[in-house]
Design a protein around this ligand. Structure first.
Ligand code: E4P
Length: 217
């Protein structure tokens, strides 16, 4: 399972990279709006910082506009993936971009029907916003499980990307469901490592060592 980091913040990206656990980055208009400054410079800097795929989102609502934006965004790096909103116009853009050899990530998706359309259009990734579904009392992971089954049934190559992650259980359940990628907020990446028994165990080892041999090196 690959981990992307869900942020447009360069400091978070640099720090997460140091742990060697991050395979790519997803951004969106909201995340970029939080960074201020020139969004083009920010996108370019992210693409330079990261070796793996970086999803950059278009903001047009018609296929022609999306494709024109994509042609500019791909200039920011060879690792750019164009994020396209889950609209019928978006499907048209995905088809054109995939025929041009441009990778796409269909975003703001919530249902197996949408995922089926994205796969048929030739999307590289489908981003399922599971945390937002959970927030509406609908189990987001059910949708992920259904999509993994549908893609397996027909051998679709579109990768299932679990997005809108809120906590570590989302990652565990996504992994159990066979999702290809989870895009993870910086805070949740660190939560994955936490366990009170780990803290207690390490504390005990440190105390025993210090009692027997003095200070640690
Ligand atoms: C995915 O690529 C999106 O950037 C993101 O996961 C959206 O999540 P949110 O519900 O936290 O805004």
């Amino acid at each position: 399972m690959r981990f992307f980091i869900d942020t447009a913040n360069l400091e978070e990206i640099r720090q997460a990279k140091e742990y060697g656990l991050i395979d790519g980055v997803t951004t969106n208009p909201t995340l970029l709006s939080r960074e201020g400054g020139d969004w083009r410079d920010q996108m370019r800097a992210i693409c330079e910082e990261v070796d793996g795929p970086v999803s950059l989102e278009v903001v047009s609502s018609n296929a022609g506009g999306m494709v024109e934006e994509a042609k500019e965004l791909v200039k920011y790096g060879s690792n750019v993936v164009i994020k396209i909103p889950m609209l019928m116009e978006g499907m048209k853009a995905v088809r054109q971009l995939s025929e041009m050899g441009v990778k796409t990530n269909v975003t703001v998706a919530f249902s197996p029907a949408q995922a089926l359309l994205a796969a048929k259009a030739g999307a590289t990734y489908i981003s399922l916003f599971i945390g937002r579904l959970d927030g509406l009392s609908q189990r987001g992971m059910d949708v992920v499980e259904q999509i993994v089954t549908i893609y397996d049934n027909y051998g679709f190559e579109t990768e299932v990307l679990v997005a809108s992650v809120r906590h570590p259980m989302h990652i565990i359940e996504a992994a159990l469901a066979g999702a290809d990628v989870a895009t993870i907020p910086y805070r949740v990446l660190f939560q994955l490592a936490e366990h009170p028994m780990t803290d207690l165990g390490i504390k005990q080892f440190d105390e025993d060592w210090e009692k027997a041999f003095g200070e640690r090196g």
